[in-house]
Ligand binder design. Structure first.
Ligand SMILES: C[S@@+](CC[C@H](N)C(=O)[O-])C[C@H]1O[C@@H](n2cnc3c(N)ncnc32)[C@H](O)[C@@H]1O
Length: 291
């Protein structure tokens, strides 16, 4: 591996505040934002921002036709565990509403009020129990047999200590014998080569999404930075809402994520109180930990 240079190319060239004072106190920021811990090197970031507004509408609409490839795995866990389950980062209810409709006892929490609003709106006759809170502050009534964090959402907690706190709090919310399951996406980065990417990368636009009211949503994404030492990426998502040919509304949302390797997740789970013998991982980084 080369020198531990931070390959940083944020458009504003802003360094992580581990290196330079970002002007904000450490700890929790206003409006749901999280500030860097002194060891994180991550700039202030509002974790609720990426999944609000048109982004929430897009996720809700796409969720209706999503293939739900991960549903079988989490359904089987919840069924085999019996009892209450909690989906952390439940979003618009892609999985949660599916499982509720099947008669499973699932509740949800999410940082984004807009995502939860769409979840309630799409619930049909169901009345989901939903909590608006960041997973690093998880504090909901009662204990659960299963807690699951699907779709790689765990990596959206940017502060390392806050990520560890998330695992601790999930464990505290489990009954003895209860299970925490989550996945992260393996990141295909070759650490032996200098970075090839030039930031920001060009916008990539996906196929237009037809909204139920006849409008059309176009979503474009680009990477704005990658920090291979901090294991963080920065991105932007641009939403263009059209009525026929006319652009009605545009939003650009910023996002961040932190990637993990298997062994650091195992250490984190151990620090959070899970016994190493009670944790299993798959090759594609799905983790199951039993309390
Ligand atoms: C990729 S979406 C997944 C939504 C849903 N679980 C699904 O599978 O369709 C990520 C979700 O995590 C939520 N999220 C992001 N950061 C969060 C945090 N710190 N605490 C709780 N939820 C968070 C977002 O608001 C969003 O709804």
């Amino acid at each position: 591996m080369g020198s531990p240079t931070i390959w940083w190319a944020h458009p504003s060239n802003e360094p992580g505040c581990g290196a330079v004072d970002c002007g904000a106190p450490s700890g929790k920021g206003g409006a749901g934002g999280w500030l860097c811990g002194e060891t994180s090197g991550v700039s202030w970031y509002d974790e609720g921002a990426l999944f609000a507004g048109l982004a929430a509408e897009q996720w809700a609409v796409s969720s209706r036709t999503d293939a739900r490839l991960d549903a079988a795995f989490y359904r089987e866990l919840i069924r085999s565990q019996g009892g209450r389950a909690l989906e952390v980062g439940c979003g618009t209810g892609r999985l949660l509403l599916t499982f509720l409709a099947e008669g499973l006892e699932v509740e949800g929490c999410d940082i984004s009020a807009d995502m939860l609003a769409w979840c309630r709106r799409d619930a049909g006759g169901l009345t989901p129990t939903l909590y608006e809170q960041p997973m690093q502050e998880l504090a909901v009534p009662g204990k659960f047999r299963t807690i699951y964090i699907p779709c790689g959402s765990f990596v959206l907690v940017m502060d390392r200590q806050a990520a560890l706190e998330t695992l601790r709090r999930c464990r505290e919310h489990l009954e003895p014998g209860g299970i925490l399951a989550f996945n992260v996406f393996p990141v295909p980065i070759n650490y032996t080569e200098p970075p090839a990417d030039d930031f920001p990368t060009p916008w990539q636009t996906g196929a237009p999404i037809a909204l139920p009211n006849g409008n059309r949503l176009e979503v474009s994404t680009r990477w704005t930075a990658l920090d291979r030492t901090e294991q963080t990426w920065h991105e932007q998502r641009r939403y263009h809402l059209y009525d026929d040919a006319a652009l009605l509304h545009a939003e650009t949302r910023t996002g961040q994520g932190r990637w993990y390797f298997r062994n650091e997740l195992l250490w984190m789970l151990q620090l959070a109180g899970f016994a190493p013998a009670d944790v299993s991982t798959t090759g594609n980084l799905t983790i199951v930990a039993t309390r």
